[in-house]
Design a protein around this ligand. Structure first.
Ligand code: ZN
Length: 228
């Protein structure tokens, strides 16, 4: 079951990473399997380019952080790829208009249906869905799946610049040159505002209606190195 991430780990990132080692420089490639190709094509059709690149960065950071700090995990990289590519599927215009549910929850349902239909693998579908539903469920109490934890760590790294101590600057540079982040801050800030405007009851508000958007816009991390 742990290949799907069904193993409990502390939701508190600093507790889960209390034995973190020095990060190493890595160059991450995408998985090449048939199902991963289907998911990549689906994401290319459904997501705008900024969100697609964000999702590919989330996958790449996750692979690097697992390799450096959780070498014992046997989390399947295809499951990680599918989750990364679909984690923001609820933010498309079509899907925002289609529901009154929080975008992560609706996106988790979409992903569950898609993965189950294509793979007939309930564990795979539920693992992806659970991690997407909980990807903004930040906190210091209780537990989460390993898949859910790594998606939280990487999305927060890309959105507000936290957790960068767990990844090597050369890895950040490699990933952000391969999948450029141009315009990502304002793109995601407008998603946060749209979500809170259309679904003021939604889960994104738990991160602070203004604080979360301001944290995204105020992210001043240099993800790429200056070329001299
Ligand atoms: Zn995201």
């Amino acid at each position: 079951m742990s290949k799907y991430g069904f193993a409990k780990i502390e939701r508190d990132v600093s507790a889960a990473l209390k034995n973190a080692k020095s990060p190493t420089a890595q160059e991450i490639e995408l998985p090449q399997g048939e199902f991963e190709s289907f998911i990549l094509n689906y994401a290319k059709q459904e997501l705008n380019e900024k969100t697609l690149n964000h999702s590919l960065r989330v996958y790449s950071y996750s692979v690097a952080i697992i390799k450096d700090h959780f070498p014992d995990w046997d989390l399947d990289l295809g499951v990680l790829f599918t989750t990364s590519l679909l984690h923001d599927i609820g933010t498309t215009d079509k899907n925002m208009k289609a529901t009154k549910m929080s975008f992560e929850f609706f996106g988790g349902l979409i992903a569950r249906n898609l993965v189950l239909e294509k793979t007939k693998d309930t564990d795979y579908a539920e693992a992806v869905s659970e991690a997407i539903i909980r990807h903004q469920d930040l906190g210091e109490s209780g537990f989460i799946t390993t898949l859910g934890l790594i998606i939280q760590v990487s999305t927060i790294l890309d959105n507000v610049g936290k957790n960068k101590e767990y990844i090597h600057p050369d890895t950040l540079d490699f990933v952000n040159r391969k999948y450029p982040r141009d315009g990502w801050k304002s793109c995601f800030a407008s998603v946060i505002d749209a979500e809170n405007a259309h679904k003021p009851w939604g889960h994104t508000s738990a991160l602070g209606v203004d604080e979360f958007r301001d944290g995204v816009l105020g992210n001043d991390v240099n993800y790429t190195k200056l070329k001299i």
